[in-house]
Write a protein that binds this ligand. Structure first.
Ligand SMILES: *Cc1c(COP(=O)(O)O)cnc(C)c1O
Length: 586
Protein backbone atom coordinates (compact mmCIF):
# COMPACT_ATOMS: atom_id res chain seq x y z
CA UNK A 1 0.00 0.00 0.00
CA UNK A 2 1.54 3.27 -0.97
CA UNK A 3 0.58 6.60 0.47
CA UNK A 4 -0.57 9.46 -1.70
CA UNK A 5 2.50 11.41 -2.59
CA UNK A 6 2.64 15.02 -1.44
CA UNK A 7 1.86 16.55 -4.79
CA UNK A 8 -1.41 14.64 -5.20
CA UNK A 9 -2.93 16.89 -2.61
CA UNK A 10 -2.21 19.96 -4.72
CA UNK A 11 -3.58 18.58 -7.95
CA UNK A 12 -7.13 19.37 -8.84
CA UNK A 13 -8.98 16.55 -7.22
CA UNK A 14 -12.37 14.92 -7.00
CA UNK A 15 -13.44 14.10 -3.44
CA UNK A 16 -15.79 11.13 -3.46
CA UNK A 17 -18.02 10.81 -0.40
CA UNK A 18 -20.00 7.69 0.42
CA UNK A 19 -21.39 6.24 3.65
CA UNK A 20 -20.34 2.75 2.57
CA UNK A 21 -17.36 1.65 0.53
CA UNK A 22 -16.51 -1.92 -0.49
CA UNK A 23 -12.83 -2.22 -1.37
CA UNK A 24 -11.59 -5.37 0.20
CA UNK A 25 -13.33 -8.46 1.62
CA UNK A 26 -11.40 -7.92 4.86
CA UNK A 27 -12.85 -4.40 5.26
CA UNK A 28 -16.58 -5.05 5.87
CA UNK A 29 -17.71 -1.44 5.55
CA UNK A 30 -20.44 -1.94 2.98
CA UNK A 31 -23.98 -3.33 2.92
CA UNK A 32 -24.60 -3.90 -0.76
CA UNK A 33 -24.66 -2.38 -4.21
CA UNK A 34 -24.04 1.23 -3.14
CA UNK A 35 -20.80 0.35 -1.36
CA UNK A 36 -19.63 -1.93 -4.14
CA UNK A 37 -20.29 0.82 -6.65
CA UNK A 38 -18.25 3.27 -4.58
CA UNK A 39 -15.38 0.79 -4.38
CA UNK A 40 -15.54 0.07 -8.09
CA UNK A 41 -15.64 3.79 -8.96
CA UNK A 42 -12.57 4.49 -6.81
CA UNK A 43 -10.80 1.48 -8.35
CA UNK A 44 -11.56 2.79 -11.84
CA UNK A 45 -10.14 6.19 -10.84
CA UNK A 46 -6.96 4.45 -9.64
CA UNK A 47 -6.73 2.61 -12.97
CA UNK A 48 -7.26 5.71 -15.07
CA UNK A 49 -5.01 7.93 -12.99
CA UNK A 50 -7.88 10.24 -12.11
CA UNK A 51 -6.93 12.31 -9.06
CA UNK A 52 -9.62 11.28 -6.64
CA UNK A 53 -9.82 10.88 -2.90
CA UNK A 54 -12.45 8.82 -1.08
CA UNK A 55 -14.12 9.66 2.24
CA UNK A 56 -16.20 7.24 4.26
CA UNK A 57 -16.66 6.07 7.87
CA UNK A 58 -14.63 3.36 9.56
CA UNK A 59 -17.54 1.21 10.77
CA UNK A 60 -15.49 -0.74 13.31
CA UNK A 61 -18.35 -3.21 13.76
CA UNK A 62 -18.93 -3.41 10.03
CA UNK A 63 -22.42 -3.99 8.73
CA UNK A 64 -23.01 -7.28 10.56
CA UNK A 65 -22.35 -10.99 10.37
CA UNK A 66 -25.31 -13.00 9.25
CA UNK A 67 -26.30 -16.27 10.90
CA UNK A 68 -29.09 -18.42 9.47
CA UNK A 69 -30.58 -21.38 11.32
CA UNK A 70 -32.10 -24.36 9.54
CA UNK A 71 -35.39 -22.50 9.10
CA UNK A 72 -33.69 -19.48 7.57
CA UNK A 73 -34.17 -17.41 10.71
CA UNK A 74 -31.56 -14.64 10.57
CA UNK A 75 -29.64 -13.41 13.59
CA UNK A 76 -26.77 -10.97 13.57
CA UNK A 77 -23.52 -10.33 15.34
CA UNK A 78 -21.01 -7.50 14.96
CA UNK A 79 -18.50 -7.88 12.13
CA UNK A 80 -15.49 -6.80 14.16
CA UNK A 81 -12.38 -6.23 12.07
CA UNK A 82 -9.01 -4.69 12.66
CA UNK A 83 -8.32 -1.37 10.96
CA UNK A 84 -4.89 -1.46 12.61
CA UNK A 85 -3.87 -4.38 10.45
CA UNK A 86 -5.21 -3.15 7.14
CA UNK A 87 -5.16 0.63 7.19
CA UNK A 88 -2.69 3.32 8.09
CA UNK A 89 -3.57 5.62 10.99
CA UNK A 90 -3.14 9.29 10.07
CA UNK A 91 -1.86 11.66 12.75
CA UNK A 92 -4.29 14.47 11.82
CA UNK A 93 -7.24 15.32 14.05
CA UNK A 94 -10.33 17.41 13.35
CA UNK A 95 -13.54 17.90 15.23
CA UNK A 96 -17.17 18.64 14.47
CA UNK A 97 -19.64 20.16 16.87
CA UNK A 98 -22.43 17.77 17.70
CA UNK A 99 -25.02 18.76 20.29
CA UNK A 100 -22.76 21.61 21.29
CA UNK A 101 -19.73 19.47 22.12
CA UNK A 102 -16.71 18.76 19.98
CA UNK A 103 -16.51 15.25 18.58
CA UNK A 104 -12.94 14.44 17.63
CA UNK A 105 -12.19 12.55 14.48
CA UNK A 106 -9.19 10.82 13.04
CA UNK A 107 -8.73 9.10 9.70
CA UNK A 108 -7.37 5.79 8.51
CA UNK A 109 -5.92 5.47 5.05
CA UNK A 110 -6.43 2.72 2.52
CA UNK A 111 -4.32 3.25 -0.59
CA UNK A 112 -6.01 1.86 -3.67
CA UNK A 113 -3.47 1.33 -6.42
CA UNK A 114 -4.71 0.85 -9.96
CA UNK A 115 -3.34 -0.74 -13.07
CA UNK A 116 -1.59 2.53 -13.95
CA UNK A 117 0.28 2.53 -10.64
CA UNK A 118 -1.70 5.59 -9.55
CA UNK A 119 -2.95 5.46 -5.96
CA UNK A 120 -6.32 6.75 -4.83
CA UNK A 121 -6.30 7.40 -1.09
CA UNK A 122 -9.48 6.42 0.73
CA UNK A 123 -9.93 7.85 4.23
CA UNK A 124 -12.06 6.13 6.84
CA UNK A 125 -13.22 8.52 9.56
CA UNK A 126 -13.12 7.28 13.14
CA UNK A 127 -14.35 8.76 16.43
CA UNK A 128 -13.05 6.01 18.74
CA UNK A 129 -10.64 8.39 20.44
CA UNK A 130 -10.13 8.62 24.22
CA UNK A 131 -10.87 12.37 24.16
CA UNK A 132 -14.47 11.58 23.06
CA UNK A 133 -17.26 10.52 25.40
CA UNK A 134 -17.96 6.77 25.37
CA UNK A 135 -21.10 7.37 23.30
CA UNK A 136 -19.34 9.57 20.77
CA UNK A 137 -16.73 6.87 20.41
CA UNK A 138 -19.43 4.55 19.06
CA UNK A 139 -20.54 6.96 16.31
CA UNK A 140 -18.40 5.34 13.64
CA UNK A 141 -19.07 1.76 14.77
CA UNK A 142 -21.96 0.55 12.76
CA UNK A 143 -23.08 0.97 9.19
CA UNK A 144 -26.84 1.70 9.04
CA UNK A 145 -27.21 0.78 12.70
CA UNK A 146 -28.95 2.72 15.46
CA UNK A 147 -31.79 5.21 15.17
CA UNK A 148 -32.36 8.47 13.33
CA UNK A 149 -30.39 10.38 15.93
CA UNK A 150 -27.36 8.09 15.55
CA UNK A 151 -27.65 8.36 11.76
CA UNK A 152 -27.73 12.16 11.78
CA UNK A 153 -24.63 12.22 14.00
CA UNK A 154 -22.91 9.87 11.56
CA UNK A 155 -23.90 12.07 8.64
CA UNK A 156 -22.47 15.10 10.42
CA UNK A 157 -19.20 13.21 10.81
CA UNK A 158 -19.20 12.09 7.19
CA UNK A 159 -20.19 15.42 5.61
CA UNK A 160 -18.82 18.07 7.98
CA UNK A 161 -16.01 15.96 9.41
CA UNK A 162 -15.00 14.67 5.98
CA UNK A 163 -14.67 18.18 4.56
CA UNK A 164 -12.65 19.28 7.60
CA UNK A 165 -10.43 16.21 7.40
CA UNK A 166 -9.58 16.86 3.76
CA UNK A 167 -8.40 20.35 4.73
CA UNK A 168 -6.40 18.99 7.65
CA UNK A 169 -4.80 16.39 5.40
CA UNK A 170 -3.60 19.20 3.16
CA UNK A 171 -5.91 18.91 0.16
CA UNK A 172 -5.82 22.38 -1.29
CA UNK A 173 -7.33 22.01 -4.71
CA UNK A 174 -10.49 19.95 -4.56
CA UNK A 175 -12.52 20.96 -7.58
CA UNK A 176 -15.40 18.55 -7.20
CA UNK A 177 -17.18 17.00 -4.25
CA UNK A 178 -19.16 13.99 -5.37
CA UNK A 179 -21.93 13.01 -2.97
CA UNK A 180 -22.65 9.41 -3.70
CA UNK A 181 -26.15 9.23 -2.21
CA UNK A 182 -27.53 11.87 0.18
CA UNK A 183 -25.85 10.65 3.38
CA UNK A 184 -22.97 13.07 2.90
CA UNK A 185 -25.06 16.10 1.93
CA UNK A 186 -24.12 18.08 5.06
CA UNK A 187 -20.77 18.62 3.41
CA UNK A 188 -22.48 21.37 1.39
CA UNK A 189 -22.83 23.35 4.62
CA UNK A 190 -19.15 22.90 5.40
CA UNK A 191 -18.33 24.23 1.93
CA UNK A 192 -20.76 27.13 2.32
CA UNK A 193 -19.10 28.01 5.61
CA UNK A 194 -15.66 27.87 4.02
CA UNK A 195 -16.80 30.07 1.15
CA UNK A 196 -18.51 32.67 3.25
CA UNK A 197 -15.12 33.53 4.69
CA UNK A 198 -15.82 33.30 8.34
CA UNK A 199 -19.20 35.02 8.29
CA UNK A 200 -21.88 33.28 10.25
CA UNK A 201 -24.01 31.14 8.02
CA UNK A 202 -27.38 32.61 8.82
CA UNK A 203 -28.21 33.84 5.37
CA UNK A 204 -26.71 32.02 2.49
CA UNK A 205 -26.12 34.44 -0.34
CA UNK A 206 -26.59 33.51 -3.95
CA UNK A 207 -22.90 33.98 -4.48
CA UNK A 208 -22.15 31.41 -1.79
CA UNK A 209 -24.76 28.97 -3.05
CA UNK A 210 -23.40 29.28 -6.59
CA UNK A 211 -19.89 28.71 -5.37
CA UNK A 212 -20.93 25.54 -3.54
CA UNK A 213 -22.87 24.34 -6.54
CA UNK A 214 -19.95 24.70 -8.84
CA UNK A 215 -18.13 22.21 -6.66
CA UNK A 216 -20.83 19.62 -6.02
CA UNK A 217 -22.17 16.61 -7.87
CA UNK A 218 -24.90 14.38 -6.50
CA UNK A 219 -25.88 10.85 -7.44
CA UNK A 220 -29.21 9.57 -6.20
CA UNK A 221 -29.43 5.79 -6.02
CA UNK A 222 -32.91 4.58 -5.28
CA UNK A 223 -36.61 5.28 -5.63
CA UNK A 224 -37.21 3.41 -2.35
CA UNK A 225 -38.34 5.97 0.27
CA UNK A 226 -36.11 4.48 3.00
CA UNK A 227 -33.13 5.40 0.83
CA UNK A 228 -33.86 9.10 1.28
CA UNK A 229 -32.95 10.22 4.79
CA UNK A 230 -35.26 12.67 6.49
CA UNK A 231 -34.71 14.28 9.84
CA UNK A 232 -37.19 16.34 11.86
CA UNK A 233 -36.20 19.97 12.36
CA UNK A 234 -35.99 19.61 16.15
CA UNK A 235 -33.45 16.82 15.77
CA UNK A 236 -31.42 18.79 13.25
CA UNK A 237 -31.40 21.74 15.59
CA UNK A 238 -30.41 19.55 18.55
CA UNK A 239 -27.57 17.80 16.71
CA UNK A 240 -26.21 20.50 14.40
CA UNK A 241 -26.90 23.57 16.50
CA UNK A 242 -28.40 26.92 15.79
CA UNK A 243 -26.05 28.30 13.12
CA UNK A 244 -26.32 25.44 10.66
CA UNK A 245 -30.02 25.02 11.33
CA UNK A 246 -30.70 28.65 10.56
CA UNK A 247 -28.60 28.35 7.41
CA UNK A 248 -30.79 25.45 6.34
CA UNK A 249 -33.87 27.53 7.13
CA UNK A 250 -32.53 30.48 5.16
CA UNK A 251 -32.45 28.42 1.98
CA UNK A 252 -35.73 26.72 2.88
CA UNK A 253 -34.25 23.29 3.05
CA UNK A 254 -36.88 22.23 5.57
CA UNK A 255 -40.09 21.01 4.09
CA UNK A 256 -42.99 20.50 6.47
CA UNK A 257 -40.56 20.64 9.35
CA UNK A 258 -38.31 17.97 7.87
CA UNK A 259 -34.81 18.06 6.45
CA UNK A 260 -34.63 15.80 3.42
CA UNK A 261 -31.01 14.99 2.57
CA UNK A 262 -31.88 14.36 -1.06
CA UNK A 263 -33.27 17.88 -1.45
CA UNK A 264 -30.30 19.33 0.33
CA UNK A 265 -27.93 17.57 -2.05
CA UNK A 266 -30.04 18.53 -5.06
CA UNK A 267 -30.12 22.17 -4.11
CA UNK A 268 -26.39 22.51 -3.81
CA UNK A 269 -25.22 20.51 -6.82
CA UNK A 270 -24.56 21.64 -10.38
CA UNK A 271 -25.09 18.13 -11.68
CA UNK A 272 -27.46 15.48 -10.40
CA UNK A 273 -27.87 12.02 -11.83
CA UNK A 274 -29.72 8.79 -11.47
CA UNK A 275 -28.00 5.46 -12.08
CA UNK A 276 -29.72 4.22 -15.25
CA UNK A 277 -31.65 5.83 -18.08
CA UNK A 278 -34.91 4.64 -16.60
CA UNK A 279 -33.98 5.75 -13.09
CA UNK A 280 -33.53 9.26 -14.48
CA UNK A 281 -37.20 9.20 -15.47
CA UNK A 282 -38.33 7.76 -12.16
CA UNK A 283 -36.24 10.27 -10.20
CA UNK A 284 -37.74 12.99 -12.37
CA UNK A 285 -41.24 11.96 -11.39
CA UNK A 286 -40.18 11.97 -7.71
CA UNK A 287 -38.42 15.35 -7.90
CA UNK A 288 -40.19 17.11 -10.78
CA UNK A 289 -38.59 20.48 -10.28
CA UNK A 290 -35.00 19.43 -10.54
CA UNK A 291 -32.94 18.76 -13.62
CA UNK A 292 -31.77 15.16 -13.45
CA UNK A 293 -29.39 13.32 -15.74
CA UNK A 294 -28.34 9.74 -15.87
CA UNK A 295 -25.10 7.86 -15.85
CA UNK A 296 -25.74 4.15 -15.79
CA UNK A 297 -23.74 2.19 -13.24
CA UNK A 298 -20.90 -0.10 -14.17
CA UNK A 299 -18.75 -2.63 -12.34
CA UNK A 300 -14.99 -2.94 -12.17
CA UNK A 301 -14.25 -5.39 -14.98
CA UNK A 302 -10.99 -6.87 -13.74
CA UNK A 303 -12.19 -7.18 -10.13
CA UNK A 304 -15.34 -9.05 -11.09
CA UNK A 305 -14.06 -11.39 -13.77
CA UNK A 306 -13.28 -14.97 -12.72
CA UNK A 307 -9.67 -16.14 -13.19
CA UNK A 308 -10.56 -18.61 -15.93
CA UNK A 309 -12.29 -15.96 -18.04
CA UNK A 310 -9.55 -13.43 -17.36
CA UNK A 311 -7.17 -15.94 -18.83
CA UNK A 312 -9.23 -16.24 -22.01
CA UNK A 313 -9.53 -12.45 -22.39
CA UNK A 314 -5.82 -12.02 -21.71
CA UNK A 315 -5.03 -14.47 -24.46
CA UNK A 316 -7.28 -12.92 -27.11
CA UNK A 317 -7.70 -9.29 -26.16
CA UNK A 318 -5.00 -8.41 -23.60
CA UNK A 319 -5.89 -4.72 -23.93
CA UNK A 320 -9.17 -5.37 -22.10
CA UNK A 321 -7.56 -4.82 -18.70
CA UNK A 322 -6.76 -1.17 -19.27
CA UNK A 323 -9.40 -0.48 -21.89
CA UNK A 324 -12.58 -2.41 -21.19
CA UNK A 325 -13.99 -1.48 -24.61
CA UNK A 326 -11.83 -4.26 -26.02
CA UNK A 327 -14.26 -6.73 -24.51
CA UNK A 328 -16.32 -5.90 -27.58
CA UNK A 329 -13.99 -8.18 -29.51
CA UNK A 330 -14.99 -11.17 -27.41
CA UNK A 331 -17.32 -11.82 -30.37
CA UNK A 332 -14.43 -13.54 -32.10
CA UNK A 333 -13.46 -15.87 -29.25
CA UNK A 334 -14.30 -19.52 -29.98
CA UNK A 335 -17.41 -20.77 -28.19
CA UNK A 336 -15.54 -23.71 -26.79
CA UNK A 337 -13.03 -21.54 -25.03
CA UNK A 338 -15.79 -19.55 -23.38
CA UNK A 339 -17.62 -22.71 -22.47
CA UNK A 340 -14.56 -24.26 -20.87
CA UNK A 341 -13.67 -21.13 -18.95
CA UNK A 342 -17.25 -20.96 -17.69
CA UNK A 343 -17.22 -24.63 -16.71
CA UNK A 344 -14.16 -23.89 -14.64
CA UNK A 345 -15.82 -20.93 -12.91
CA UNK A 346 -18.83 -23.15 -12.24
CA UNK A 347 -16.63 -25.84 -10.76
CA UNK A 348 -15.01 -23.28 -8.44
CA UNK A 349 -18.44 -22.11 -7.31
CA UNK A 350 -19.67 -25.64 -6.68
CA UNK A 351 -16.55 -26.39 -4.65
CA UNK A 352 -17.07 -23.20 -2.62
CA UNK A 353 -20.72 -24.12 -1.97
CA UNK A 354 -19.66 -27.56 -0.80
CA UNK A 355 -16.98 -26.09 1.44
CA UNK A 356 -19.47 -23.72 3.05
CA UNK A 357 -22.56 -25.91 3.28
CA UNK A 358 -21.52 -29.52 2.71
CA UNK A 359 -24.05 -29.63 -0.13
CA UNK A 360 -22.95 -31.04 -3.44
CA UNK A 361 -24.49 -29.43 -6.51
CA UNK A 362 -24.68 -31.05 -9.92
CA UNK A 363 -22.08 -29.59 -12.30
CA UNK A 364 -24.24 -30.54 -15.30
CA UNK A 365 -27.50 -28.98 -14.16
CA UNK A 366 -28.63 -25.51 -15.18
CA UNK A 367 -27.69 -23.39 -12.18
CA UNK A 368 -29.57 -20.20 -11.42
CA UNK A 369 -28.08 -17.48 -9.21
CA UNK A 370 -30.02 -14.98 -7.14
CA UNK A 371 -27.96 -13.02 -4.62
CA UNK A 372 -28.29 -9.48 -3.36
CA UNK A 373 -29.59 -7.68 -0.26
CA UNK A 374 -32.70 -9.49 1.01
CA UNK A 375 -35.40 -6.86 1.00
CA UNK A 376 -39.02 -6.95 -0.01
CA UNK A 377 -38.88 -5.17 -3.38
CA UNK A 378 -36.19 -7.54 -4.67
CA UNK A 379 -38.79 -10.37 -4.48
CA UNK A 380 -36.32 -13.22 -4.03
CA UNK A 381 -39.24 -15.65 -3.83
CA UNK A 382 -40.90 -14.86 -7.15
CA UNK A 383 -39.35 -18.00 -8.62
CA UNK A 384 -41.25 -20.00 -6.01
CA UNK A 385 -44.71 -18.59 -6.70
CA UNK A 386 -45.86 -21.91 -8.18
CA UNK A 387 -43.83 -24.81 -6.82
CA UNK A 388 -45.77 -27.40 -8.76
CA UNK A 389 -45.04 -25.76 -12.04
CA UNK A 390 -41.39 -25.35 -11.18
CA UNK A 391 -41.16 -29.03 -10.23
CA UNK A 392 -42.86 -30.04 -13.46
CA UNK A 393 -40.47 -27.92 -15.52
CA UNK A 394 -37.43 -29.43 -13.79
CA UNK A 395 -38.73 -32.97 -14.29
CA UNK A 396 -39.88 -32.58 -17.87
CA UNK A 397 -37.50 -30.12 -19.49
CA UNK A 398 -34.27 -30.57 -17.58
CA UNK A 399 -32.85 -30.36 -14.06
CA UNK A 400 -32.24 -27.01 -12.45
CA UNK A 401 -30.74 -25.87 -9.18
CA UNK A 402 -30.68 -22.48 -7.50
CA UNK A 403 -28.10 -20.66 -5.40
CA UNK A 404 -29.30 -17.84 -3.16
CA UNK A 405 -27.44 -15.39 -0.98
CA UNK A 406 -28.12 -12.08 0.73
CA UNK A 407 -28.42 -10.38 4.10
CA UNK A 408 -31.56 -8.68 5.40
CA UNK A 409 -31.03 -5.45 7.35
CA UNK A 410 -31.51 -6.28 11.06
CA UNK A 411 -34.69 -4.15 11.22
CA UNK A 412 -36.10 -5.35 7.89
CA UNK A 413 -38.73 -7.92 8.85
CA UNK A 414 -39.93 -8.20 5.26
CA UNK A 415 -36.42 -9.09 4.13
CA UNK A 416 -36.06 -11.65 6.92
CA UNK A 417 -39.40 -13.18 6.02
CA UNK A 418 -38.18 -13.57 2.43
CA UNK A 419 -35.16 -15.57 3.56
CA UNK A 420 -37.40 -17.86 5.62
CA UNK A 421 -39.69 -18.35 2.65
CA UNK A 422 -36.75 -19.42 0.47
CA UNK A 423 -35.83 -22.01 3.12
CA UNK A 424 -39.43 -23.25 3.17
CA UNK A 425 -39.56 -23.56 -0.59
CA UNK A 426 -36.18 -25.32 -0.57
CA UNK A 427 -37.57 -27.91 1.83
CA UNK A 428 -40.67 -28.47 -0.28
CA UNK A 429 -38.63 -28.77 -3.47
CA UNK A 430 -36.07 -31.09 -1.91
CA UNK A 431 -36.65 -33.95 -4.33
CA UNK A 432 -37.03 -31.94 -7.52
CA UNK A 433 -35.02 -28.72 -7.45
CA UNK A 434 -31.98 -28.28 -5.24
CA UNK A 435 -31.92 -24.86 -3.56
CA UNK A 436 -29.08 -23.61 -1.37
CA UNK A 437 -29.05 -20.34 0.56
CA UNK A 438 -25.54 -19.16 1.32
CA UNK A 439 -24.90 -17.28 4.55
CA UNK A 440 -22.76 -14.15 4.68
CA UNK A 441 -23.10 -12.96 1.10
CA UNK A 442 -20.30 -10.47 0.56
CA UNK A 443 -17.94 -9.35 -2.17
CA UNK A 444 -15.79 -12.47 -2.06
CA UNK A 445 -18.78 -14.78 -2.30
CA UNK A 446 -20.33 -12.56 -4.99
CA UNK A 447 -17.29 -13.22 -7.18
CA UNK A 448 -17.98 -16.94 -7.10
CA UNK A 449 -21.74 -16.74 -7.50
CA UNK A 450 -21.94 -14.09 -10.24
CA UNK A 451 -19.36 -15.90 -12.37
CA UNK A 452 -20.17 -19.54 -11.70
CA UNK A 453 -23.90 -19.85 -12.32
CA UNK A 454 -25.43 -20.39 -15.77
CA UNK A 455 -28.20 -17.85 -15.46
CA UNK A 456 -28.51 -14.71 -13.38
CA UNK A 457 -32.03 -14.12 -12.13
CA UNK A 458 -33.40 -10.77 -11.02
CA UNK A 459 -37.04 -10.20 -10.21
CA UNK A 460 -37.41 -6.78 -8.55
CA UNK A 461 -40.73 -5.07 -8.22
CA UNK A 462 -40.89 -2.25 -10.72
CA UNK A 463 -39.87 0.54 -10.61
CA UNK A 464 -37.72 0.14 -7.52
CA UNK A 465 -34.53 -1.24 -9.03
CA UNK A 466 -32.68 1.97 -9.87
CA UNK A 467 -29.92 0.08 -11.62
CA UNK A 468 -28.82 -3.25 -10.16
CA UNK A 469 -25.22 -4.22 -10.72
CA UNK A 470 -24.84 -7.91 -10.06
CA UNK A 471 -26.25 -8.78 -13.49
CA UNK A 472 -23.39 -6.69 -14.92
CA UNK A 473 -20.88 -8.76 -12.94
CA UNK A 474 -22.52 -11.87 -14.40
CA UNK A 475 -22.39 -10.47 -17.97
CA UNK A 476 -18.64 -9.84 -17.70
CA UNK A 477 -18.32 -13.55 -17.00
CA UNK A 478 -20.55 -14.57 -19.86
CA UNK A 479 -23.54 -15.28 -17.62
CA UNK A 480 -26.77 -14.07 -19.21
CA UNK A 481 -29.59 -12.53 -17.18
CA UNK A 482 -33.22 -13.45 -16.96
CA UNK A 483 -34.61 -10.32 -15.39
CA UNK A 484 -37.59 -8.07 -14.92
CA UNK A 485 -37.27 -5.05 -17.19
CA UNK A 486 -36.24 -2.51 -14.59
CA UNK A 487 -33.04 -0.57 -13.90
CA UNK A 488 -30.08 -1.39 -16.12
CA UNK A 489 -31.74 -4.41 -17.73
CA UNK A 490 -34.08 -2.17 -19.75
CA UNK A 491 -30.91 -1.01 -21.52
CA UNK A 492 -28.92 -4.21 -21.28
CA UNK A 493 -31.46 -6.72 -22.52
CA UNK A 494 -31.55 -7.64 -26.17
CA UNK A 495 -34.05 -10.43 -26.09
CA UNK A 496 -32.55 -13.76 -26.98
CA UNK A 497 -29.15 -12.14 -27.58
CA UNK A 498 -27.79 -10.90 -24.22
CA UNK A 499 -30.41 -12.71 -22.11
CA UNK A 500 -34.12 -12.61 -21.53
CA UNK A 501 -36.78 -10.42 -19.98
CA UNK A 502 -39.27 -11.50 -17.36
CA UNK A 503 -42.51 -10.02 -18.71
CA UNK A 504 -43.62 -10.11 -22.31
CA UNK A 505 -44.17 -6.44 -22.96
CA UNK A 506 -43.17 -3.17 -21.40
CA UNK A 507 -45.20 -2.26 -18.33
CA UNK A 508 -44.22 0.61 -16.05
CA UNK A 509 -45.28 -1.26 -12.92
CA UNK A 510 -45.07 -4.86 -11.91
CA UNK A 511 -47.99 -7.16 -12.44
CA UNK A 512 -46.98 -10.11 -10.33
CA UNK A 513 -49.25 -12.61 -12.05
CA UNK A 514 -48.01 -11.76 -15.53
CA UNK A 515 -44.40 -11.68 -14.41
CA UNK A 516 -44.64 -15.06 -12.73
CA UNK A 517 -46.14 -16.79 -15.73
CA UNK A 518 -43.62 -15.13 -18.04
CA UNK A 519 -40.79 -16.26 -15.75
CA UNK A 520 -41.94 -19.87 -15.93
CA UNK A 521 -42.67 -19.66 -19.65
CA UNK A 522 -39.19 -18.40 -20.42
CA UNK A 523 -37.59 -21.09 -18.27
CA UNK A 524 -39.74 -23.85 -19.71
CA UNK A 525 -39.84 -22.91 -23.37
CA UNK A 526 -36.72 -20.85 -23.98
CA UNK A 527 -33.89 -21.05 -21.47
CA UNK A 528 -33.90 -24.69 -20.37
CA UNK A 529 -34.51 -26.17 -23.85
CA UNK A 530 -31.68 -24.08 -25.27
CA UNK A 531 -29.33 -24.90 -22.40
CA UNK A 532 -29.86 -28.65 -22.74
CA UNK A 533 -30.58 -29.12 -26.41
CA UNK A 534 -28.77 -26.28 -28.18
CA UNK A 535 -25.67 -25.66 -26.08
CA UNK A 536 -23.94 -23.73 -28.85
CA UNK A 537 -26.86 -21.32 -29.04
CA UNK A 538 -26.68 -20.88 -25.28
CA UNK A 539 -22.96 -20.26 -25.44
CA UNK A 540 -23.44 -17.71 -28.19
CA UNK A 541 -25.68 -15.77 -25.81
CA UNK A 542 -22.96 -15.98 -23.18
CA UNK A 543 -20.52 -14.51 -25.67
CA UNK A 544 -22.88 -11.65 -26.58
CA UNK A 545 -23.31 -10.90 -22.90
CA UNK A 546 -19.56 -10.33 -22.65
CA UNK A 547 -19.16 -8.46 -25.93
CA UNK A 548 -22.21 -6.23 -25.75
CA UNK A 549 -22.77 -5.77 -22.03
CA UNK A 550 -19.37 -6.47 -20.49
CA UNK A 551 -17.77 -3.91 -22.77
CA UNK A 552 -20.23 -1.22 -21.69
CA UNK A 553 -21.54 -1.84 -18.14
CA UNK A 554 -18.16 -1.41 -16.53
CA UNK A 555 -16.82 1.16 -14.09
CA UNK A 556 -14.31 2.52 -16.57
CA UNK A 557 -17.03 3.68 -18.97
CA UNK A 558 -19.02 4.96 -16.00
CA UNK A 559 -16.14 7.02 -14.62
CA UNK A 560 -15.37 8.49 -18.03
CA UNK A 561 -18.99 9.60 -18.23
CA UNK A 562 -18.72 11.25 -14.81
CA UNK A 563 -15.59 13.03 -16.00
CA UNK A 564 -17.24 14.18 -19.21
CA UNK A 565 -20.64 15.12 -17.86
CA UNK A 566 -20.47 15.75 -14.15
CA UNK A 567 -16.98 16.70 -13.03
CA UNK A 568 -16.65 19.51 -15.54
CA UNK A 569 -17.11 22.41 -13.17
CA UNK A 570 -16.88 25.48 -15.28
CA UNK A 571 -18.21 28.88 -14.34
CA UNK A 572 -21.33 28.35 -16.40
CA UNK A 573 -21.94 24.85 -15.12
CA UNK A 574 -24.37 26.27 -12.59
CA UNK A 575 -27.54 25.08 -14.20
CA UNK A 576 -30.26 26.55 -12.19
CA UNK A 577 -32.09 29.74 -12.77
CA UNK A 578 -33.64 29.07 -9.40
CA UNK A 579 -32.32 28.89 -5.87
CA UNK A 580 -33.16 26.32 -3.23
CA UNK A 581 -35.96 28.29 -1.61
CA UNK A 582 -37.64 28.86 -4.97
CA UNK A 583 -38.28 25.20 -5.53
CA UNK A 584 -41.60 23.67 -5.00
CA UNK A 585 -40.35 20.48 -3.36
CA UNK A 586 -43.60 18.84 -4.40
C1 LIG B 1 -22.92 -6.45 -6.56
C2 LIG B 1 -23.34 -6.69 -5.16
C3 LIG B 1 -24.59 -6.26 -4.72
C4 LIG B 1 -25.56 -5.52 -5.62
O1 LIG B 1 -26.47 -6.41 -6.21
P1 LIG B 1 -27.74 -5.89 -7.04
O2 LIG B 1 -27.87 -6.81 -8.16
O3 LIG B 1 -27.42 -4.51 -7.49
O4 LIG B 1 -28.88 -5.93 -6.13
C5 LIG B 1 -24.94 -6.50 -3.40
N1 LIG B 1 -24.11 -7.16 -2.57
C6 LIG B 1 -22.90 -7.59 -2.96
C7 LIG B 1 -22.03 -8.30 -2.00
C8 LIG B 1 -22.47 -7.38 -4.27
O5 LIG B 1 -21.27 -7.80 -4.66
Amino acid sequence: MSIASEDVRYRSTVAYFCMEVGLDPAVPTYAGGLGMLAGDSLSAAADLGVPMVGITLLHRKGYFRQHLDDKGQQTESPAIWSPERLLKAMPDRVSVTIEGRPVHIRAWLYGLTGISGHTVPVYFLDTALPENTPWDQTLTDQLYGGDNHYRLCQEAILGLGGAAMLSALGYRNIQIYHMNEGHSALLTLALAKEMSEGHRLRDLSRVTIDAVRRRCVFTTHTPVPAGHDRFPAWLVSQVLGEELTSALHSCRCFLDGTLNMTYLAFSFSHYVNGVSMHHEEIAHSMFPNYPINSITNGVHAVNWTAPSLKEVYDRHIPEWRWDNLYLRYAVSIALDEIRQAHQHAKKMLIAEVEKRTGQRLDPEALTIGFARRATAYKRADLLFSDLERLTRIARQVGPLQVIYGGKAHPYDDGGKRLIRSIFEAAATLRDSVKVVYLEEYDMSLAKYVCSGVDLWLNTPQKPFEASGTSGMKAALNGVPSLSVLDGWWIEGNIEGITGWAVGDSWEPESDQGKETSSLYDKLEHVVLPMFYRKPDDYCRIMRWAIAINGSYYNAQRMLLQYLNNAYVATADAVWAPKYPHEYDHG
